[in-house]
Design a binder for this molecule. Structure first.
Ligand code: SF4
Ligand code: SF4
Ligand code: SF4
Length: 400
């Protein structure tokens, strides 16, 4: 049974879309929202309780929420629906949600392939064998898979691990033996024989195993097929409300879903377009950290010398960082026309350098001098999207 067959089978008493549009036009009602446009302009911010009906005719949908390599913030963003989280339980059987529901892997295994789960919402990057195993299982059982949050969509901060040339061994060694706290712990408990976690251990009760870390952190869609994306670190809670409403509308009323691959909760423009700060495009001659500047509340942060990823980042978050005086770090990812987010941000910054063909004072060394003020350029410009970058990872010379 294919993806759409599943929904056809569960279609409720709702009228077909064309009939609905005609009826709406006859009544003089507003035309239905166009399928495929999931931007905040078309789907404004809304409360989950206002959006979602109680248990729909035809029974509840099956919903799985899973975290791979993330910080838990994406799960908390769903819990941010506050008491409305109970609304989710009114229309969905939550078959898995590690932070809130005791769903077991064997229960997921027992569900039918392809249709057992209506929608799986997966956050976090793919960092180890367990992450990969679970997302492949959820993909097999699900009609729709949603990549939720920046780590799942672009690798997020976990993918910065790809910049460590020695991969997982170097990271484990540093974390478990070199940091000040682990160093003193090792000295006290392992007496000159530092230990890092092993993935297999024979105990009297049997062999204990741990997931194996990968050298390279991957995005969700580098491991399984993904239907929709909701970027953000974490995404705005409204995005999930609209997604769940769309799924319910589709399953029970036959309202078309947006095209596969749609990014939910983003605009067609860059963040600068929704940022209320006034831009003057001043030349950039010195770079500051926000704490070094008495930030003017009305002016563009770049005009004040603070690097901001807004020109290269897609809109949709309502400029929630820049309105409180913090630069955008790019968590919503690039605009639809950009592949390489970090390079695009770097190019936006470079366009503000005071370089004029007839300016003899601005030579390469001066430009390098300005750029040297960015302490960690790769980490800054690819803070959230390294998993999707052309620079896939750092390697040590001679290492595969
Ligand atoms: S996207 Fe952000 S909030 Fe979500 S898991 Fe990753 S780091 Fe946490
Ligand atoms: S660069 Fe940043 S602060 Fe300036 S307008 Fe764009 S988003 Fe706002
Ligand atoms: S302003 Fe930038 S970093 Fe902040 S939430 Fe929006 S996209 Fe993310």
């Amino acid at each position: 049974m294919g993806f759409f067959d599943f929904f056809k089978k569960k279609e409720g008493p709702g009228k077909p879309k064309k009939e609905k549009e005609a009826a709406a036009a006859k009544k003089g009602a507003a035309a239905p929202k166009p399928a495929g446009d999931f931007s905040p302009e078309v789907y404004p911010f809304a409360d989950l309780g206002e959006l979602l009906p109680p248990e729909p005719k035809g029974g509840k949908i099956n919903l799985a929420i899973y975290w791979a390599a993330g910080c838990g913030g994406c799960d908390v963003s769903i819990l941010d629906t506050n008491e409305r989280v109970l609304t989710i339980a009114q229309f969905a059987n939550i078959v898995m949600w590690p932070i809130a529901v005791d769903g077991k892997e064997k229960d997921i295994e027992a569900l039918p392939d392809g249709t057992g789960i209506t929608v799986s919402i997966i956050n976090g990057a793919i960092r180890n064998t367990e992450n990969e195993h679970m997302v492949k299982l959820l993909r097999r059982k699900s009609a729709i898979v949603v990549s939720y949050g920046t780590c799942a969509c672009f690798g997020g901060s976990p993918a910065l691990a790809n910049l460590v040339p020695g991969g997982k061994d170097e990271i484990l060694d540093y974390v478990y033996t070199k940091t000040p706290t682990s160093k003193s712990f090792q000295a006290e408990y392992h007496k000159g024989k530092p230990q890092v976690p092993v993935t297999s251990y024979r105990a009297p009760e049997g062999v204990l195993t741990l997931p194996v870390l990968y050298d390279t952190v991957k995005t969700l869609d580098q491991v399984i097929d993904v239907d929709y994306y909701i970027p953000g670190c974490p995404p705005l809670q409204e995005s999930i409300s609209h997604l769940l409403k769309a799924v319910v509308d589709f399953v029970y009323n036959g309202v078309a879903l947006p095209p596969k691959g749609t990014e939910i909760g983003v605009t067609a423009k860059c963040l600068c377009d929704e940022c209320p700060r006034v831009k003057e495009y001043k030349p950039l001659t010195k770079i500051y950290e926000p704490y070094q500047v008495d930030v003017d509340p009305g002016k563009c942060l770049m005009d004040q010398g603070i690097l901001c990823m807004g020109p290269a980042t897609v809109g949709g978050c309502n400029a929630r960082c820049t309105i409180v005086g913090q630069p955008c770090r790019g968590c919503y990812g690039p605009t639809q026309f950009v592949q390489e987010h970090g390079a695009s941000a770097l190019s936006a910054v470079a366009s503000l350098f005071p370089v004029l063909d007839d300016d003899p004072t601005m030579d390469e060394s001066k430009i390098a001098e300005i750029m040297m003020q960015v302490k960690d350029p790769l980490g800054y410009f690819y803070a959230f999207t390294l998993g999707k970058a052309q620079i896939t990872r750092s390697v040590s010379e001679g290492r595969a």
